[in-house]
Design a protein around this ligand. Structure first.
Ligand code: FES
Length: 125
């Protein structure tokens, strides 16, 4: 059965959510749920955001040409091995990430396309 409720058009949505038309290359999600937060995930998130910002790679309201969106997420089941960091569209899930790992993940994976294998614990797809 088809849901016939009225929706805005894609163009109407893009007018209020411009990232619809933006050419994002990757998304980084840092888990900030209880266990990962207890192991310092907020500092990991800040390390990603600040370095991506410094390198003009971060997509945000002030830089809508940035190729990387970075945000937080809830628990993904890596609670005992966090902080967890997920990178899409690659479907690569990192564990045990610290702020000192962030420059390597950005250089190798986000810029170079090569995941940091020593921290990879899951791949989707
Ligand atoms: S709290 Fe981060 S994976 Fe569960």
């Amino acid at each position: 059965m088809t849901n016939t409720r009225p929706l805005p058009t894609r163009e109407q949505d893009a007018a209020v959510a411009p990232m619809i038309d933006h050419d994002l290359q990757r998304q980084v999600f840092v888990c900030t749920a209880k266990s990962c937060a207890a192991n310092g995930s907020e500092a990991v998130l800040e390390a990603f955001r600040s370095q991506l910002m410094e390198e003009s790679l971060l997509f945000f309201k002030g830089n809508q040409t940035g190729p990387v969106h970075c945000g937080h997420c809830g628990s993904v089941g890596f609670c005992a091995i966090g902080p967890a960091v997920l990178v899409y569209p690659d479907g690569v899930w990192y564990a045990h990430v610290t702020p000192s790992d962030v420059p390597e993940i950005i250089a190798s994976h986000l810029k170079g396309g090569v995941p940091v294998e020593r921290l990879v614990r899951k791949r989707l797809g």
